[in-house]
Design a protein around this ligand. Structure first.
Ligand code: ADP
Ligand code: MG
Length: 483
């Protein structure tokens, strides 16, 4: 039995997402990212005596949206608690969080497995809390503190210890990022820290009945690094266990350059945060009516769109997952599909010319200048044989991009692309070519079939790319046969 078969790996994740609210969770102080240090800070964050927190209702609603997207149960009575600890980046001396009444309980997130199947990752809870400030350790011995982030609204999404591979863990983070972006509750930017993931990792013998001591890994600023960090941490733990050493329950940080985890601090077994309900905040009651209002604002979720794309539009699983990966592309694709029945062609246009243009211009599909009905018209003109794909993608597409308001039919007429596939316009060219290459025609008739490519090229050139390759080939073959 190999060493890796001997152990079971247990992983649970805690994902923090900064909510896209204009102000902080308990004050009117702005919560924008990237401002000069300590410019987004007021008396609440600074904990001046006599100041009182006031809940940002929108932050609460965004947290509920996430819960609804994850099939969680929404708590109807919510209490905010104080988690007491001394930390220089939180002037109050405590963090306001939700200990016993998380806004959302349970639920699950569906991820795709490597084998193409699906798997549920069970959630323990989603709760609201305020972010802490940032301590910046300089090269000297100074520590600087930026309190801009202190008090910014966060949700913490906590999974059960139900995952067993690094791939599952990274797939979960990717799915959460997709969800928060679809819901527009967080920008999902891991590099800027608006989405952060802590990974709890432990190992146990396959036949053991109790979990091993967990190690919490912090500081992974990309999905790839979540995966890499878990892989090296599991290897480290297995190595320790094989040597008969104990695995300490501790917090470790991941260094991506060295691809190693390093100990930050040992987890105090008896962390005494002295949680108690914050007397400055009254309980928040979620009424049926309020919950219904929030439900009504829920957008289509990636999974629903994926199902629609594979069943209603009969797109392949690959196409559907590429097209639903981001909301802007998914919604644009859906809009085009409302105007044409050739869904596969829509998928090809989206994944080809449209995405290339968006990438080049660094734009999202909601900024794409061509209106969905215009793209549908292009697809239909090709299907009706009035246009060929080469002419459409190379000449018509750039022309529509230049004047997106003009009618597609007018542009087709202006560029003289119409009827390009029409036999009447190709036949004379074919005849011309046959006359121009008598020697090649003879060779072809003697059995040198490969020459068809040369004739094709010649016809395409003389038609200035307007001839439809399929029609041209059919006509050429039959004309040459007649000779
Ligand atoms: P703590 O009391 O240390 O905060 P929790 O039970 O609240 O621990 O769990 C925190 C996170 O750690 C959760 O995501 C949970 O799934 C995960 N976790 C708990 N026990 C283990 C374990 N033995 N191995 C791996 N992850 C674990
Ligand atoms: Mg906990």
């Amino acid at each position: 039995m190999s060493v890796t078969d001997k152990y079971r790996i247990v992983i649970g994740l805690e994902v923090h997402a900064q909510l896209l609210t204009a102000s902080k969770i308990f004050s009117a102080e702005p919560s924008s990212f990237g401002a000069s240090p300590n410019t987004q800070v007021g008396v609440i964050t600074l904990a001046h005596p006599g100041t009182l927190p006031k809940l940002n209702k929108r932050a609460f609603e965004l947290a509920i949206k996430m819960g609804l997207a994850c099939n969680s149960e929404v708590s109807r009575t919510n209490i905010f608690d104080r988690k007491n600890y001394f930390y220089p980046d939180l002037p109050k001396g405590y963090q306001i969080t939700q200990d016993r009444t998380p806004v959302c309980k349970g639920g699950f997130v569906t991820i795709k497995t490597k084998e193409g199947g699906e798997q549920s990752v069970t959630l323990n809870r989603i709760h609201l809390e305020e972010d802490a400030g940032k301590s910046i350790h300089t090269e000297g011995s100074d520590t600087w503190i930026d309190l801009n982030r202190a008090g910014v609204a966060l949700i913490e999404i906590v999974t059960e210890p139900c995952m067993s591979t690094a791939e599952e863990a990274s797939a979960f983070v990717a799915e959460v990022r997709k969800l928060v972006r679809y819901l527009e509750i967080c920008d999902g930017n891991m590099e800027e820290g608006s989405l952060r993931c802590d990974a709890n990792v432990s190992i146990m013998l396959k036949d053991a009945t109790v979990f091993g001591k967990k190690v919490e890994i912090k500081n992974m600023n990309s999905i790839r690094n979540v995966q890499r960090a878990i892989i090296v941490e599991v290897a480290r733990q297995i190595e320790l266990a094989e040597r008969g050493e104990v695995i300490l329950s501790e917090t470790r940080t991941y260094d991506a350059d060295k691809n190693k985890t390093f100990s930050m601090r040992e987890k105090e077994e008896l962390n005494d945060y002295r949680y108690f309900p914050d007397p400055d905040l009254s309980p928040v009651v979620v009424t049926d009516e309020w919950l219904m209002q929030i439900r009504e604002t829920m957008p289509a979720l990636p999974r629903e769109l994926y199902q629609k794309f594979t069943s209603e539009y009969a797109l392949s699983e690959y196409d559907a997952s590429v097209l639903t990966d981001s909301k802007d592309i998914a919604l644009y694709t859906e809009a085009v599909c409302r105007h044409t029945k050739n869904y596969k062609a829509v998928a090809n246009w989206m994944m080809g010319p449209v995405k290339s243009w968006l990438n080049e211009q660094q734009k999202t599909a909601d900024q794409f200048p061509i209106q969905p009905p215009s793209l549908a018209t292009v697809i239909d003109l090709i299907d009706q044989g009035k246009l060929n794909f080469t002419a459409a993608s190379q000449r018509l597409f750039p022309a529509i991009l230049k004047s997106p308001q003009a009618s597609v039919e007018n542009i087709v007429a202006e560029l003289g692309l119409a009827n390009a596939a029409d036999q009447n316009s190709i036949l004379p060219i074919i005849e011309e070519v046959i006359i121009a290459f008598p020697e090649e025609v003879k060779q072809y008739k003697k059995g040198k079939g490969a020459l068809i490519g040369m004739f094709m090229g010649e016809v395409m050139k003389r038609s200035h790319g307007k001839a439809d390759p399929k029609t041209t080939k059919e006509l050429l073959v039959s004309k040459l046969k007649e000779l």
